[in-house]
Design a protein around this ligand. Structure first.
Ligand SMILES: *Cc1c(COP(=O)(O)O)cnc(C)c1O
Length: 370
């Protein structure tokens, strides 16, 4: 069986490095937001080319913090997408704002810049694009619109650490941005983790306070705060893994290249179309088929495990029924949700395995011709 994702191979290759880093945290007892977390923050800031990184306990918390720091609150509206992991939209709800969900661009699977302008209204306070699957959103038109309307852009980089847009790192374009280190992400911890990124020292200072009970000096709580601290052990793991990230992302691109070449022209199968201005990192390698569930079953029979990201868009989730967006409201998002299949994608996948995936998909699609 070729797994959709396994972390075992990666850990096996890093065992000694990881053991030493974890031992150091135990020895110095820096368990909650200790020195290892501070070191990781500086290393990630250097890697991304941003002034400040604030490590927190999940990507969901990072998005929540980013929205608070961007000044979004009750009665405000935030423009974002329905074709995402639901945390993107939770964060808008957490701060008491209303998510205004727009459709995605089928070429990037991210926010469609052409749909943003007409979604902007008097209550709009931020625009929140998601670099889904590790492919950047077309940011220039979004940033231009945001500047024209005086709105902050907040990037959700939970699937895009190391991906570049026109040469610049995602996570370095918005006023305040967020990412996740959930174990399955392309930079994954040994548990939960996330980070806020910004070039603005005042926003960074507020994010740092908020994550530790909004303390400004010990026992001086200046607003309602949170316990969003990152575990020291996660900081240590992430520092080790960051040193390998570029190599891993390059390997993901090589696998994606093999898939794109091997699967070209497969009847009934739609492939992702990486854009010339994008350097995606392929957190997910999505393909599309009208008979998605049958394709997944046929692949399972041929020894290939797959995933779906995501089968139901946010506007059709019971939690967001109150938005009043029924089926048909966001047609591209709904089509992606109905047809998407994620093929095995992780840096330790071998060329032989990737070729076996290609052969299985081609064979399965032949059997599914309409
Ligand atoms: C994973 C993910 C999140 C949430 O991150 P957690 O660390 O799981 O809280 C947010 N947005 C997107 C797009 C994600 O993929």
């Amino acid at each position: 069986m070729i797994p959709f994702l396994t972390l075992a191979r990666q850990v096996a290759g890093l065992r000694d490095e990881l053991d030493r880093a974890l031992d150091a945290v135990v020895d110095e007892q820096g368990f909650a937001n200790g020195p290892a977390v501070g070191a990781f923050e500086r290393e990630l800031a250097g890697y991304l080319g941003v002034r400040e990184v604030i490590a927190v306990n999940s990507g969901t918390s990072a998005l929540h913090a980013a929205l608070l720091c961007a000044g979004v609150g009750p009665g405000d509206e935030v423009i974002t997408v329905a074709h995402t992991w639901i945390s993107t939209v939770w964060a808008v709800s957490y701060v008491g704002a209303r998510p205004v969900l727009v459709d995605v661009d089928p070429l990037t699977c991210g926010l469609d810049p052409r749909l943003v302008e007409r979604a902007i209204g008097p209550r709009t306070r931020a625009i929140l694009p998601v670099h889904l699957y590790g492919h950047p959103v077309d940011l220039d038109p979004v940033l231009a619109l945001a500047a024209r309307h005086g709105l902050p852009v907040i990037e959700d980089c939970a699937q895009s650490v190391g991906a570049r847009y026109r040469g610049g790192q995602t996570g370095g374009f918005g006023r305040v941005n967020a990412t996740s280190f959930y174990p399955g992400k392309n930079l994954g911890a040994f548990g939960e983790g996330g980070a806020v990124m910004t070039d603005d020292p005042a926003l960074a200072a507020r994010a740092r306070r908020l994550r530790d009970h909004a303390q400004d000096g010990r026992h001086n709580h200046v607003e309602v705060g949170f316990n969003w601290r990152m575990d020291g052990l996660q900081g240590a793991v992430l520092s080790v893994k960051l040193r390998h990230l570029d190599r891993w992302n390059a390997r993901r691109r090589a696998i994606a290249g093999r898939y794109l070449e091997g699967l070209a022209g497969t009847p009934g199968l739609e492939l992702p179309r990486p854009q010339p201005w994008a350097e995606p990192i392929w957190h997910i390698f999505p393909v599309y088929h009208e008979r998605r569930d049958a394709l997944r079953a046929a692949l399972e029979e041929r020894g290939v495990q797959t995933g779906v990201h995501y089968p139901r868009p946010v506007h059709l989730q019971p939690a967001y029924a109150g938005l009043g967006l029924g089926p048909g409201a966001l047609p591209v998002s709904e089509r992606l949700a109905r047809t998407e299949v994620s093929l095995p994608m992780f840096p330790e996948l071998t060329d032989a395995e990737a070729d076996a995936v290609v052969a299985a998909v081609r064979d399965a699609c032949r059997g599914l011709a309409p």
